[in-house]
Design a protein around this ligand. Structure first.
Ligand code: NAD
Length: 348
């Protein structure tokens, strides 16, 4: 059973998280790290990792089978191409690149060299997503007609490269890429219409949030939303179906399902609501809906690294397919086009 040697390029926040996680993967050994920042090099050495002096040293190290890229986004393409041309397989952080054209260039090199290129779309292993996907797949709400997925905070964009467009900053490429990726894994349908508005509340040159509206082929709709100036956050997930609804409120997985147990009910009685009466919007009475706990799906992100090993040994197909990553990049481009033109984009 072979052990794969991996070098981490970019040892900041995410690079060091990979370092921690990979300690739990028996068949991958961290050969060393490379970072352009001496402080990060020193930090790596303090944590018992070998630190390469130059990126060329990683490329020339015959022990290294896999290069893991965890640098800011604008250099993913160049590092990935150079690594594959030097005979290394590549795991790349999200967003894969700044646009679909850059991804095409990478995929050509992957094809030419026969080296694996896979993107770390780790949030496919998040419990909130897997739980909502389970509800969707099992039709626990009947036919789903509406999905909302969002993250909202109030701390603005971090003050690093994420604030600047030239480095691939902005929330669409940061959180957007995760939320869109997961939604498209959940809903196995063509997308008909895309409409997006970006926010620039904080005055950065890249988006600090956005609201993306999608209409799928069947007519079901989705909202993908990211905000960084939201002191009260809306629910992370809301899903509505013909027989019920589901909600996940927050990171702590507070939420529930409300499901209608029977059909052919009597007409609702009007209630006094505000300055008027309403029958249509009268809340359900006790016993009219079943309130259920979320069917939580557990997972481990270590499965991502194990899949990489299985793919290298021809035992599995990639858990993250490059065709899926490309579709997300093209959708992101359509979202920017919609924002810039103010128009609905007809997508697929
Ligand atoms: P960071 O700023 O904390 O770390 C980036 C590191 O890369 C820094 O130490 C920097 O010195 C180094 N670096 C910059 N250019 C380099 C180069 N040319 N060669 C080598 N090192 C270089 O950023 P981060 O938060 O760790 O983000 C890094 C990547 O990881 C980004 O692509 C980001 O989108 C992604 N990320 C993914 C997740 C996730 O959950 N998948 C979470 C956070 C960040």
């Amino acid at each position: 059973m072979s052990i794969y040697s991996l070098a981490i390029v970019g040892f900041g926040g995410m690079g060091s998280q990979h370092g921690d996680l990979l300690k739990k993967v028996d068949r991958i050994k961290i050969e060393g790290i490379y970072d352009i920042d001496n402080n990060r090099k020193n930090y790596a050495v303090e944590n018992n990792f070998k630190s390469y002096d130059a990126f060329e040293d990683v490329l020339n190290d015959d022990n290294v089978n896999i290069v893991l890229i965890a640098t800011p986004n604008h250099v993913h393409k160049e590092i990935a191409i150079r690594a594959m041309e030097a005979g290394k397989n590549v795991i790349c952080e999200k967003p894969v690149t700044l646009n679909s054209k850059e991804l095409e260039e990478i995929l050509e090199v992957s094809k030419k060299t026969g080296k694996l290129f896979i993107v770390h779309q780790n949030r496919r292993w998040d419990e909130d997503f897997l739980t909502m996907k389970n509800i969707y797949d099992e039709k626990l709400l009947g036919e789903t007609f509406r999905i909302e997925t969002r993250v909202q905070g109030s701390r603005g964009i971090p003050g690093d490269w994420r604030k600047e467009k030239q480095f691939g900053g902005g929330m669409m490429l940061d959180w957007g890429v995760h939320l869109i990726d997961r939604l498209l894994v959940m809903v196995d349908e063509k997308i008909k219409k895309v409409y997006c508005s970006m926010s620039y509340i904080l005055g950065a040159d890249c988006d600090d949030g956005f609201t993306l509206n999608l209409t799928f082929e069947s007519g079901k709709t989705a909202v993908v939303e990211v905000g960084t100036s939201n002191f009260i956050a809306l629910p992370k997930w809301y899903m509505a179906g013909t027989e019920g609804a589901a909600i996940i409120e927050d990171w702590e997985m507070n939420g529930r399902l409300e499901i209608m147990p029977k059909k052919d009910e009597a007409d609702a009685k009007p209630i006094v609501a505000g300055a008027g009466l309403t029958k249509t919007m009268a809340p359900r009475l006790e016993g009219e809906v079943l309130i259920k706990e979320l069917p939580i799906v557990k997972s481990t992100i270590l499965d991502f690294y194990n899949n990489v090993i299985d793919v290298l040994e021809d035992k599995a197909t990639p858990a993250i397919k490059n065709s899926e990553v490309m579709r997300v990049m093209k959708l992101i481009e359509a979202a920017f086009e919609s924002h810039e033109t103010g128009k609905v984009i007809y997508f697929e």
